[in-house]
Design a protein around this ligand. Structure first.
Ligand code: ATP
Ligand code: MG
Length: 445
């Protein structure tokens, strides 16, 4: 993409209404525009990152054997009356009347709708296990929408639902989700720590939240500092292998790590004092096992091997897709702007032409642009007629991990400059080598 043909409305001034750095940077980098309280339009750069996160989530869910569907955002109140949640959910649910005076609502989550799909089409244990998921907009009329996309009213969420014959099967589904979430967050360049949590209005006994440590996080968390040493890495997990999935869960959850609601002072104090940590975190996902809560109230049963009708065991699993963008920026920025992890960057590399209009510099930039594109990479070429300082400031603000700087002086010696946004380190290389280097970096992701 050439910057002169793109739509990147960066702001010079720091927006006064934004209290935390990710919100400020998302506004300044022209990623989002507030439409009304807690509701945002996604401008091209923001939308691109959202799509990248969505792709990673789809890949990892499908790898785990989960099946994508899409459910409506407007749902009839009737189903929610069946489960008892229409009245129980409270003011966060946006309730609407259609022209026939029927009660409908904007989905805050979708347990009821997916259970209705299940009970209409599945009748035998032979069709299990089944996990359906979607990535869809949700609405919750939050008391205090704030911090930009971090606590929106309209927000993008991956929500998955497992249906299993037995509790044991459903706990395997729970473990599968834990493993797939660990992989997902790591691919996004994030450390998200699974912590024992409270189940809230979804209900149920077993639940973990995934938290990204950040001072601006809304949750207070307590953990053993050794949990931050755990990384998922490049493991080859067989998602059908129960023992393997269970082993990952054990490894990542046996050390003390809990949110405020489930914190146990006595257990915490049993950790050696130098490892005890009290900090803040951003909740970027949560997994639940809730047994037969919805299947019993809504009649989602299957015939088991003996021909008895039994309610299925269920769980639900969410990832805050739009919130993740804020969390990634909170975890990865400096005083000049965003620093995108390679796995989610909106463009793979920036190209800065130091002397737009200079025949050689223009030709070199065009050639680099073409080579990168031919390799399947997306460069953002700053081809504006602007001074170098302004171009660097824009690149730093929008945070592409790599920048190739091209100018007449370097070209005389046959070199361009390749700079890492994270370390600030530069090296001079012939253009082909700079391109090859960038190709290699992304191939190894
Ligand atoms: P919170 O405690 O932050 O209100 P929640 O526990 O009610 O969230 P879940 O039902 O677990 O939310 O939803 C799954 C994920 O969706 C959360 O882990 C979070 O990342 C994201 N999410 C929830 N509410 C919001 C919101 N208002 N804005 C942006 N993302 C949200
Ligand atoms: Mg939650």
């Amino acid at each position: 993409m050439r910057l002169t043909r793109y739509f990147l409305p960066v702001l010079k001034e720091t927006p006064a209404e934004a209290q935390i750095v990710s919100h400020r940077l998302m506004l300044r980098a022209g990623m989002i525009k507030q439409a009304s309280a807690g509701i945002y339009s996604w401008l091209p750069m923001g939308f691109k990152v959202l799509r990248k996160l969505e792709n990673i989530i789809h890949q990892e869910q499908i790898r785990a054997g989960h099946i994508p569907i899409q459910m409506p955002i407007i749902q009839s109140a009737d189903l929610w009356r069946e489960s008892g949640r229409y009245d129980a959910y409270g003011a966060e649910m946006l309730r609407i009347k259609d022209r026939h005076d029927r009660d409908v609502l904007f989905t805050p989550t979708a347990e009821e709708l997916v259970t209705d799909i299940f009970r209409s089409h599945v009748g035998s244990y032979k069709d299990l296990p089944l996990t359906l998921y979607q990535i869809q907009w949700k609405f919750r009329d939050e008391v205090r929408p704030r911090f930009g996309v971090m606590r929106g009213r309209e927000f993008y969420m991956k929500d998955g639902y497992n249906f299993d014959l037995t509790k044991e099967d459903a706990l395997h589904a729970y473990n599968r989700h834990l493993v797939s979430y660990l992989r997902t967050y790591e691919r996004m360049g994030l450390q998200a720590i699974p912590m024992r949590a409270d189940s809230g209005p979804i209900g149920g006994d077993d639940t973990h939240e995934f938290l990204v440590l950040a001072e601006t996080g809304e949750s207070e968390v307590f953990y053993d500092s050794q949990v931050t040493d755990l990384t998922f890495g490049d493991r080859d997990i067989d998602y059908d292998d129960r023992a393997q999935c269970q082993a990952v869960l054990d490894e990542f959850t046996s050390l003390y790590a809990r949110t405020d609601e489930t914190h146990d002072e006595a257990l915490f104090n049993a950790i050696p004092a130098d490892r005890r940590r009290v900090a803040r975190g951003i909740e970027v996902g949560q997994i639940f096992y809730f047994g037969t809560k919805y299947s019993e109230s809504m009649g989602a049963t299957v015939a088991d091997a003996q021909g008895n009708n039994v309610p299925v065991h269920m769980g639900s699993h969410g990832i805050g897709v739009s919130r993740l963008i804020g969390a990634i920026i909170e975890a990865s920025h400096d005083e000049n702007g965003i620093i995108w992890p390679e796995g989610v960057t909106p463009f793979h590399c920036g190209i800065v032409n130091l002397k737009q209009g200079d025949a050689e510099a223009d030709a070199a930039c065009d050639a680099i642009y073409k080579s990168l594109t031919a390799l399947g990479l997306e460069p953002l070429y700053d081809d504006r007629n602007e001074r170098a300082g302004g171009k660097f400031a824009t690149m730093d603000l929008i945070g592409l991990p790599w920048r190739i700087t091209v100018g007449p002086r370097g070209l005389k010696n046959g070199v361009v400059e390749l700079t890492s946004r994270r370390t600030g380190e530069s090296q001079e290389l012939p253009p082909e080598q700079a391109v090859a280097k960038i190709h290699e970096i992304y191939q190894n992701l």
